[in-house]
Structure formats: C-alpha cells, structure tokens
Design a protein around this ligand. Structure first.
Ligand code: ADP
Ligand code: MG
Length: 273
C-alpha cells in the first residue's frame, strides 16, 4: 500500500484538450476520486455545460441546482454551491447545469470576464484548505476554458491513444502561451496522461511513443487502458474507483494519481512549458 502525504500548497489543474471525447471528464473524476482515496481533499469544478463530471461524481445538477453558472454570472460564492460527492468525505464538486451553456455568451459583457473563476476560487481557498482543485473544461477555447486557464497553475492534457493526437496539440500549446503572456504567467503544462490505450493495436504504441518523445518530462509513466468498466461507471453516478476499484482502469487511475502526488515539488519549481 502506497503512502502519500498532502501538506503542500493547493495545486490547481485544468484538464484541457480542444478535442471532445478524448477522456477529459473521465480523467478529471477518476484522478479526483483516486487522490481523495489517498487522503487528499479534492474539489472538482465542472465547467462543461454537459455536466458529465457532476453526473459521475453523483452530485445533483438539475436546472434548479445552484451551480458554477451562479458563481460566474451572479456572483454567488463558490462555498454556496459546492456539494460533497456521496463517494467520499474528501471529494467535492462544484456542479454545472444546463444554464452554463449560455454563460459563454453572458460572460462577454461581464466585468473581469476572464478572471471570475479565479476570484471565486481565491475566496474559497482563503476560507478552507483543499489539496487539489481539478477543473473539467468543455472542448473549446471560449471564455469558460479561459476562466479555467486563468484560475489554474497546471495544465493537464489527456491524450487518446487512438489517432494522431499530436495534431491539435500545437494549437493548445499556443493557447497556453497566450494565456501565460496576457492573463496568467504561472500557467504551465505539467502533466500528460495517455488514455484509452489498447496495447493490441500498433497505432496505440505509435501515438504513445510519439507523445513521450515530444514531452518526456510531462507524460506520466502510467497509461490508462481502454476498459469497459471505466465507461460504464458514470451511468451509475460513480467513478470507476467506487464502481469497480479492482478493475484495470481503477488501478491505473490510482497509480497515475500517486505519480501526480509525487510530482508536487518538481512541478511547483518548474513553471515552464
Ligand atoms: P471528454 O470529456 O474529453 O469529452 P470523456 O471523458 O467524456 O471525454 O470520454 C469520452 C468517452 O470515452 C466516454 O464515453 C467515456 O466513457 C469513454 N472513455 C473514456 N476513457 C475510457 C477508457 N479508459 N476506457 C473506455 N472508455 C473510456
Ligand atoms: Mg467532458
């Protein structure tokens, strides 16, 4: 059994990739649940109007639920909308609702529109300690994603080992550089996780090799296998950690979380791309 201690400053990750369906939400909730199972206090911020992270964490998010939309648009405090996931006393979620779909447009006319999440999160973290904040982003570079980039220090990119994943990546790296320059100098790419890996295909190995060649520091050694248990879990309102903790996917996500926790000091020092 691994032992991991959490005593450093809060680490704020944004899980980003402009492509949809690459495993952002799955990675968000399963890394969060894994870190919580290791004893960390974790807050997931669901910034995707689809609300898939809220669903997987078993947190209500109907149209009537107070949500991250109210934080961004109506100046409601984050502490008023955060819910505890039934899965763990250490695991919390700021849910998204369908209203968030309109926020992309509504934010345009707001004061400090790029900083609204950052301001709300700073206020929340001044009241209570959280070890990890993980922000699940929609698959686009609109104001919601920009709010995530402005609030975070670490960018975490899940890469699907199924097609030439590097294609869209230079655009994402360009966006990160833009944000660094204009909005958040502390933002840096710290973590890449290879997901949906099917070791029987040549393409999966090719993609993995290519990503490791380009990003030797950032890529975690752990690879997440393609696994039916991982894809089934959300329909039970659970992460795979709770749904089937002994499955290959759950074991891999816990190993990835241990690696991430172990990188605390090095990534805090690094601060580069
Ligand atoms: P994104 O948030 O980037 O759109 P998701 O996390 O929703 O991507 O994943 C897209 C689909 O792939 C979902 O149906 C999810 O259940 C499935 N999926 C993600 N990771 C795995 C995995 N390791 N094994 C099998 N299915 C997966
Ligand atoms: Mg998603």
């Amino acid at each position: 059994k691994v032992s991991v201690t959490f005593d450093g400053p809060t680490r704020v990750f944004t899980i980003s990739n402009q492509k949809g369906g690459v495993g952002k939400t799955t990675t968000t909730v399963n890394i969060a649940a894994s870190l919580a199972s290791l004893g960390a206090k974790v807050l997931v911020i669901d910034l995707d109007p689809q609300g898939n992270a809220s669903t997987a964490l078993g947190v209500p998010h109907t149209a009537e639920t107070s949500s991250i939309y109210d934080v961004l648009i109506n100046d409601v405090a984050l502490s008023e909308i955060v819910q505890q996931s039934p899965e763990s006393p250490n695991l919390f979620c700021a849910p998204s609702t369908i209203h968030l779909a309109g926020a992309e447009i509504e934010l345009v006319s707001q004061v400090a529109r790029e900083h609204r999440l950052r301001t709300a999160l700073d206020e929340y973290l001044s009241e209570q300690h959280v070890d990890y904040v993980i922000i699940d982003c929609p698959p686009s570079l609109g104001l919601l994603t920009i709010n995530a980039f402005t609030a975070a220090t670490e960018v975490f990119i899940p890469i699907q080992c199924e097609y030439y994943a590097l294609e869209g990546l230079s655009q994402l790296l360009g966006s990160i550089r833009m944000i660094q320059k204009h909005l958040n100098p502390k933002l840096h790419l710290s973590t890449i996780l290879l997901t949906m890996f099917d070791g029987r295909t040549r393409l999966a190995h090719q993609v993995a090799d290519e990503v490791r060649e380009h990003f030797p520091q950032e890529v975690l050694s752990t690879v997440i296998p393609r696994s039916v248990r991982v894809s089934e879990a959300p329909s039970f309102g659970q992460t795979v950690i709770a749904y089937d903790g002994q499955s290959a996917g759950a074991i891999a996500y816990r190993e990835a979380a241990v690696e991430i926790a172990g990188r605390a000091t090095s990534s805090a020092k690094k601060g580069k791309n």
